[in-house]
Design a protein around this ligand. Structure first.
Ligand code: ZN
Ligand code: FE
Length: 257
């Protein structure tokens, strides 16, 4: 059986430990905070055997060396960012697979937030670790990539089964919801989702993970290929029939929102 243990760490990151109870293997999904990961794994009674990095940012790979020093675990990281990530044992790229006991994760190229960003999709468990690519009602900042690249990455995630659980790396949903309502004010699914976010945050609850079908209906960045979004954003850089231009307009608007 595959289990995900989620915990808050740093200011607004989520840490994830993925555990296969049959083999006893446990992988860290990213390493924002080595101490928190070691503590949480010990509390679960799990021994960390692997680290899977999504991208090079310090709040995702900064704990690699300390966790590896403590546990001697095997580190898998994106090939395109190998020069920026410490402790790597194996580099992977789009289409490669990574094993955790009897479970297999497929690596998906989701470059855009950083150029070499990857996601890990576990089809048997209907879940994906998407790092800083998709957030609940948002997407990562485009620090390194280009709009066509980022849109292609989002399109690959959009094509996963709609019931896929998406484990995002940050709790940014309340601020994402404010922009989403500005970007797509007549979307009933979004309004309901945003109300739910307000209630959850008022109770101090997490809004992550989310599910792909929910994001497809309400996340403005995933709707850059929708004719109504393209028409709404046509005055601000979007373009009817052009998902890339509409995505670029949305991303730029969010940066300044
Ligand atoms: Zn990042
Ligand atoms: Fe991050």
């Amino acid at each position: 059986m595959l289990q995900v243990h989620q915990f808050a760490c740093l200011d607004d990151n989520y840490g994830y430990l993925l555990h296969d109870s049959t083999s006893g293997e446990t992988t860290c999904i990213d390493t924002p905070d080595a101490e928190a990961y070691l503590r949480e794994a010990a509390a679960q009674g799990w021994t960390i055997t692997q680290i899977w990095n999504t991208h090079w940012h310090p709040d995702h790979a900064g704990g690699n060396e300390a966790i590896k020093a403590a546990k001697g675990c095997r580190v898998t990281a994106p090939a395109a960012e190998a020069d920026k990530i410490a402790g790597i044992d194996r580099t992977v790229a789009h289409g490669d697979t990574v094993a955790l006991g009897g479970f297999t994760a497929t690596v998906i190229d989701v470059g855009g937030h950083t150029n070499g960003h990857i996601a890990y999709h576990l089809p048997e468990a209907s879940l994906a670790f998407v790092g800083d690519t998709i957030f609940a009602l948002g997407c990562g900042r485009m620090f390194e990539g280009t709009p066509p690249q980022f849109w292609a990455s989002l399109s690959r995630l959009k094509a996963l089964p709609a019931d896929t659980t998406l484990y995002c790396a940050h709790e940014y949903t309340a601020s994402n919801a404010r922009f989403a309502l500005h970007a797509d004010p007549e979307n009933a699914a979004l309004r309901a989702y945003a109300d739910e976010v307000t209630d959850k945050r008022a109770r101090g609850e997490w809004t992550v993970p989310t599910r792909l079908d929910k994001e497809l209906a309400a996340n403005p960045f995933l709707r850059a290929d929708a004719p109504d979004m393209q028409a709404r954003w046509a005055k601000n850089g979007g373009k009817i029939g052009d998902a890339v231009a509409t995505f670029a307009a949305l991303r730029a608007a969010k940066d300044g929102f």
